[in-house]
Design a protein around this ligand. Structure first.
Ligand SMILES: Cc1cc2nc3c(=O)[nH]c(=O)nc-3n(C[C@H](O)[C@H](O)[C@H](O)COP(=O)(O)OP(=O)(O)OC[C@H]3O[C@@H](n4cnc5c(N)ncnc54)[C@H](O)[C@@H]3O)c2cc1C
Ligand SMILES: *[C@@H]1O[C@H](CO)[C@@H](O)[C@H](O)[C@H]1NC(C)=O
Ligand SMILES: *[C@@H]1O[C@H](CO)[C@@H](O)[C@H](O)[C@H]1NC(C)=O
Ligand SMILES: *[C@@H]1O[C@H](CO)[C@@H](O)[C@H](O)[C@H]1NC(C)=O
Ligand SMILES: *[C@@H]1O[C@H](CO)[C@@H](O)[C@H](O)[C@H]1NC(C)=O
Length: 536
């Protein structure tokens, strides 16, 4: 019996090799020698961490602890030359690579077991240009290691706003390449709609600048090859992070700061004893939003977190709507009507005249992570059966696996998002037509729950998926089977052909990213100083 088992294990390993999946050290993978590693480290202006370094473990931690892994070497790149050296080193030694800005990826796309982790957090250059030839209200160039919190503060100094993430800790890198929704999206569109230019290091180690006008390749000789082809730029506007190269700088359009920023909020109980008043709140808001001014954006948050020690009151429903621009009596009437239609007393509610976007955003507390989370998402459409969906979700809310909690975050979409040029970006057409991006998650802290919570999350995710049209690439689960269609719809095939042109050997790959199921070449972990994958 034991022998038979061993045989199957060996067979399975052989199959892994045939598929071109990463193979273990020592068989066909040799990886760099210690001396190669030292020469590489000495060539960098940035720093590195090896598994034996005391700070290493902390530097591997992902926002979602469930997907934390141990790389073989972490490089904190300082400039574009460091990025080029890292890419060439990985290519030369057939190393597995991951690119990371903040480690917020829910499914571990920005980390790698045994491979080279390129951490961009040290690259935080920011340059505002108000005298832009491309955008009357100015443009901003940001290096990928910035966070939205830093960028919002910077543009506020110039009385400008930019479309970025709601949580100030989210980064430029993955957010901007996957779509990027914002409390401003209903007024201004998605982050990808604002991209003017991207500078990246591609799989051959060259620096490339790409925009709607064309692409410039900076050759090693110093020569510059220029073409009018902008396929790569299109792919970067929605095709997802970790796939096209290491983005060093993003240039975005700026907008004038609005004359004000109105916020309307109300907090209700989700469950009280055996009743669920939150159901009526959610159903009412989903219906009423359809007839309110399209500029209302913001969030609905609902969960089953226990509210009191007697465990009879569970969870809250928080409605937090924002409107770009100053107070008007009509907007106030709309907000009041919403509360009236809900028809029950909230725990708290209010209308707040924020002076501008930063005045709103500075109050958003960054999520510091550290938990385990299984997320699932659906891009809800105009014809979604909202009542049916709320009923389904509430059933799930009352039965999460013991020891976990369920949290849902609904981002209101639509409005100006729909009027942006569609062919300019590669996001899923189902994202463009969506009226909400609903992400729910099971959240827990205890290792032992991993299997039960993931299984329950998968079941819930499959049900939720049926109510929408597509899944947001940046808020994914790793278990989606038809991921190409769910993340990109009709755009997948063109994205794949661009991937094959710029990175034919799939040096840059991540979980359910364009081309990630094709293994043309075998990549290896470092054979020196390996640690086991992290569980704790
Ligand atoms: C607390 C929290 C709040 C969020 N809020 C929002 C929100 O308001 N709106 C929204 O749309 N999404 C939101 N998200 C989802 C977010 O868009 C994704 O998690 C996104 O992947 C984060 O990008 P990052 O660069 O910060 O993370 P990372 O984990 O560092 O990177 C994510 C992916 O991008 C790749 N990548 C990162 N940097 C680069 C680079 N420079 N070049 C090439 N590839 C790169 C990585 O390889 C990985 O594949 C949120 C997520 C969290 C955890
Ligand atoms: C790692 O981070 C934790 C929590 O922030 C901190 O207490 C600990 O000192 C850090 N360890 C090292 C070696 O820096
Ligand atoms: C990347 O580097 C920064 C700065 O050291 C660090 O804060 C961050 O945690 C690193 N990324 C991860 C996922 O550890
Ligand atoms: C703005 O740009 C134009 C050329 O595009 C230049 O002539 C002018 O001097 C610039 N103005 C400032 C204030 O930089
Ligand atoms: C918001 O501003 C308007 C117009 O200035 C004012 O009428 C209204 O009372 C203000 N509301 C709050 C809650 O401050």
């Amino acid at each position: 019996m034991y022998r038979l088992l061993l045989f199957f294990v060996l067979l399975a390993q052989d199959l892994r090799l045939l598929n071109g999946s990463p193979s273990p050290c020592g068989t066909t993978c040799h990886g760099p020698q210690l001396s190669d590693i030292d020469t590489f480290i000495k060539s960098l202006s940035g720093t590195t961490l090896k598994p034996q370094d005391p700070d290493f473990n902390n530097a591997t931690l992902m926002q979602n602890r469930r997907v934390t892994k141990y790389p073989g070497l972490i490089v904190f790149v300082n400039d574009v030359q460091d990025v080029q050296k890292s890419v060439r080193f990985a290519k030369q030694h057939n190393l597995l690579v991951a690119i990371q800005s903040t480690g917020h990826s829910y499914i571990g796309r920005s980390t790698v077991s045994g491979g080279l982790l390129i951490n961009l957090s040290m690259m935080r250059g920011i340059k505002v240009n108000l005298n832009s030839t491309r955008c009357a209200s100015g443009e901003i160039s940001v290096e990928s290691g910035n966070t939205w919190g830093l960028v919002y503060q910077e543009v506020d100094k110039y009385q400008r706003v930019i479309v970025g993430g709601s949580d100030p800790s989210v980064g430029m890198g993955g957010y901007s390449q996957g779509g990027g929704h914002s409390p401003l999206s209903t007024s201004l569109g998605l982050a990808v709609d604002h991209l003017l230019e991207v500078t990246l290091v591609t799989a051959d180690g060259k620096m490339v600048t790409t925009s709607a006008k064309g692409t410039k390749i900076y050759e090693e000789s110093g020569a510059v090859t220029e073409t009018t082809n902008s396929d790569l730029f299109w792919a970067l506007r929605g095709g997802g992070g970790g796939t096209w190269g290491v983005v060093v700088t993003f240039t975005f359009k700026l907008h004038p700061a609005p004359s004000g920023f109105l916020q309307a909020y109300a907090i209700y109980p989700m469950f009280v004893k055996k009743t669920a008043p939150g159901v009526k709140v959610l159903k009412t808001v989903y219906q009423l939003l359809k007839s309110m001014s399209p500029g209302w954006g913001g969030y609905m948050l609902f969960n089953d977190a226990p509210l009191d020690a007697t465990m009879t009151n569970f969870g809250t429903v928080t409605i937090s709507l924002v409107h770009y621009g100053a107070y008007t009596p009509q907007l106030e009437d709309e907000a009041k009507m919403l509360l009236e239609k809900i028809g029950m007393p909230p725990f708290a509610s209010g209308l707040v005249n924020r002076t501008n976007f930063w005045d709103y955003e500075k109050n958003v507390k960054p999520d510091t992570g550290g938990y385990r989370i299984y997320l699932f998402n659906s891009l809800l459409q105009d014809d979604t059966d909202y009542d049916g969906m709320v009923d389904t979700l509430v059933t799930q809310l009352v039965t999460p696996p013991y020891g976990s909690e369920m949290f849902c975050t609904d981002t209101i979409l639509g409005g100006a998002m729909r009027s942006q040029p569609k062919d300019a970006t590669s996001i899923n057409p189902g994202f463009r037509s969506a009226s909400h991006s609903l992400s729910c998650a099971l959240v827990w802290g205890d290792t032992k729950l991993d299997d039960a919570a993931s299984k329950a999350g998968l079941k819930n995710g499959d049900q939720l998926k049926g109510f929408g049209g597509g899944i947001y690439f940046n808020e994914p689960t790793e278990d989606v089977t038809d991921w190409k269609a769910e993340f990109w719809g009709d755009n997948y095939n063109r994205l794949l052909s661009i991937k094959q042109k710029w990175d034919p050997d799939n040096l840059f790959t991540c979980e359910k990213c364009v081309g990630s199921d094709i293994h043309t070449k075998q990549y290896c972990p470092f054979c020196t100083n390996q640690k086991q994958n992290m569980i704790g």
